[in-house]
Design a protein around this ligand. Structure first.
Ligand code: PMT
Length: 224
């Protein structure tokens, strides 16, 4: 956009997908490539923001100079990094795909077929909801933005799910995207609806993840 309209704003962005190990060689993960979150970080930096990127299991070589990068892997690591960074942040943007569950037990050694027979059962426990925690703890003047990944092709139902989610999470804005085998995750383009706390649509936009990132910043941080 060529404007330094976010000059000096301290923004923390999470990107990528958390991994939850259940033995030393295996994890449960998700297909987030980090593209959308990295695009938000890059767009904010170009507009003058002081950006910290918390990167979960993504290559960050393409991240522009000047963005501070903190690498994490599990949800609990991401939680700690975000909570530490959030204290000083004007804005937190949770674009990472965070695992809702982690294995109840992490084995010290590799699970062997000889030991399990022809079926393996892994028990999961619920992870903390980082976005809800941030929203509950947010300080005066801070803006908390979440994303919602829903496998819901029907636009009206997608909107209902988004409204229920922002009410549950308590964040200021929610960027809702439909995801599936071929949409949302790991693509170059995205198609999003941005909701405010009241559940009103403040913006609908589709395009490259970088252009979507800029529009999200417009809608949430500059009131455009
Ligand atoms: O990385 P890409 O390949 O470019 O794909 C982009 C994306 C589809 C991953 C991204 O646009 C996106 O939707 N990110 C959010 C994914 C997600 O975790 O959605 P959710 O509906 O499960 O969670 C809602 C919000 O709560 C998210 O902001 C998430 O970061 C947060 N959350 C979720 C679970 C949890 N335990 N703690 C959280 O803070």
């Amino acid at each position: 956009s060529g404007r330094l309209d976010l000059d000096g704003l301290r923004i923390v962005v999470t990107a990528g997908g958390t991994r939850e190990p259940f033995d030393p060689v295996r994890f449960m993960g998700n297909r987030s490539s980090g593209k959308q979150g990295m695009a938000v970080a890059a767009a904010a930096a170009v507009r003058g923001a002081i950006v910290t990127l918390i990167a979960a299991n993504i290559g960050t070589d393409a991240v522009p100079d000047g963005i501070a990068v903190i690498d994490v892997s599990t949800t609990l690591e991401l939680e700690k990094a975000v909570q530490t960074a959030a204290g000083q942040a004007d804005v937190v943007i949770m674009a990472a795909a965070v695992a809702d569950y982690r294995p109840a037990q992490v084995r010290q050694g590799k699970i062997k077929k000889e030991a399990t027979g022809d079926r393996l059962t892994v028990e999961f426990v619920v992870n903390p909801d980082i976005l809800a925690e941030l929203s509950a703890a947010k300080h005066e003047g801070q803006t908390i933005i979440g994303f919602a990944a829903e496998t819901e092709p029907d636009p009206a139902t997608l909107l209902e799910l988004g409204r229920a989610k922002i009410a549950r999470k308590g964040c200021d804005f929610l960027v809702v995207n439909n995801v599936g085998w071929k949409t949302g995750f790991a693509t170059d383009d995205n198609d999003v609806v941005v909701l405010n706390r009241a559940g009103d649509i403040v913006m609908e936009v589709s395009g490259s993840k970088l252009s979507v990132a800029d529009r999200i910043l417009d809608a949430t941080l500059t009131g455009v």
